[in-house]
Write a protein that binds this ligand. Sequence first.
Ligand code: ZN
Length: 208
Amino acid sequence: MTTSLLSTIEWICHSAFRIQAEPIIYIDPYEISHGPKADIILISHSHYDHCSPEDVKKIQKKETIIITEKSSVKKLSGDVRQVQPGDSVGICGVKIEAVPAYNLNKTFHPKKNGWLGFIIDIQGQRIYHAGDTDLIPEMEAIMADIALLPVSGTFVMTAEEAVQAALLIKPKVVIPMHYGNVVGDVKDAQAFKKGLKGKIEVVIPEKL
Ligand SMILES: [Zn+2]
């Protein structure tokens, strides 16, 4: 069951994913070269590598619903809906929960900004996109079948910290992200996979 939903999760690059399902959902679209228009776009926070208005325009249609936080709302146009951590919304038959994402041992993503991770409840399963975050205590309460976790360090968790986060969340499958563009490379993803060997299945995605 997880496998069929897993096969709909496509890695564009960095923290950008497309869930090629019904509805079509993009998360943090960045460096988009092609692909179908979005029914839903989720944007975790306003940094340029997550909230990219020019990439959003490439996949936005009149009916596209964008769900994001306050500082990104200002950069976008169309049907943009503002949420904060703890909110949940139902659209197109999918439930989307906004959860906190912030740094603990660095200052790039302060908790007070109210920036986001998302849990997408689709086809009876839950996909967690962590956004730009460290290993935060709120992760203990996250229930997810598939988790997308940043692993590059610098602005987010290191691979070692992400291993601890995965062990806390205990998803069935985890996909490393936030490497290969702005910071970090595939070695971070491989170190993450090695750290979870025999514990949690790690899928290192191919770029589209
Ligand atoms: Zn960021």
